[in-house]
Design a protein around this ligand. Structure first.
Ligand code: THU
Length: 143
């Protein structure tokens, strides 16, 4: 397996977006009719993807990022270095707030995202994020 760098120039965003567009065709969206496909590259070079899956109990909807993170773990785990997400017209979708947190948990330092306003780092889309470090620091300071 090749290792992937999250250097902006080394990511083939067109190819990654093509994977997201293919994932989009697997969305289950009878309620919103808004299919989303997400794709990412892992630190060890795997390309993973996911699509949104809705539910009659609307609040139980699984965003495309949920499926992508599940796929991450089902295929060996690791960290994400690059991510993109598209709607049914191929337009870039910003991950919702919950999914920014979800992606942050599994991000490599400096993870890149293709956004509606260009390539950004995970720290730019979820600044001062709460994460595993805060839990570890609290545990370390407890006595
Ligand atoms: N959706 C995602 O899959 N990811 C996001 O980051 C934004 C929203 C889905 C959830 C729902 O199925 C549809 O888009 C409309 O909100």
């Amino acid at each position: 397996m090749n290792s992937a760098s999250n250097d902006t120039a080394s990511i083939d965003w067109d190819a990654l977006r093509a994977v997201a567009n293919e994932a989009n065709t697997h969305a289950y969206v009878p309620y919103s009719k808004f299919p989303v496909g997400a794709a990412a590259i892992t630190a060890d070079g795997r390309v993973i993807s996911g699509a949104n899956v809705e539910n009659a109990s609307y609040g139980l909807t699984l965003c495309a990022e949920c499926a992508l993170v599940s796929s991450l773990h089902m295929t060996g785990g690791g960290r994400l270095v690059a991510f993109t997400c598209v709607d049914g017209h191929g337009n870039i979708v910003m991950p919702c707030g919950r999914c920014r947190q979800l992606l942050y948990e599994h991000s490599a330092p400096g993870m890149l995202l293709e956004t509606v306003s260009g390539i950004k780092t995970i720290d730019e889309v979820i600044p001062d994020a709460f994460g595993p470090r805060q839990l570890a620091e609290f545990e370390a300071s407890a006595d």
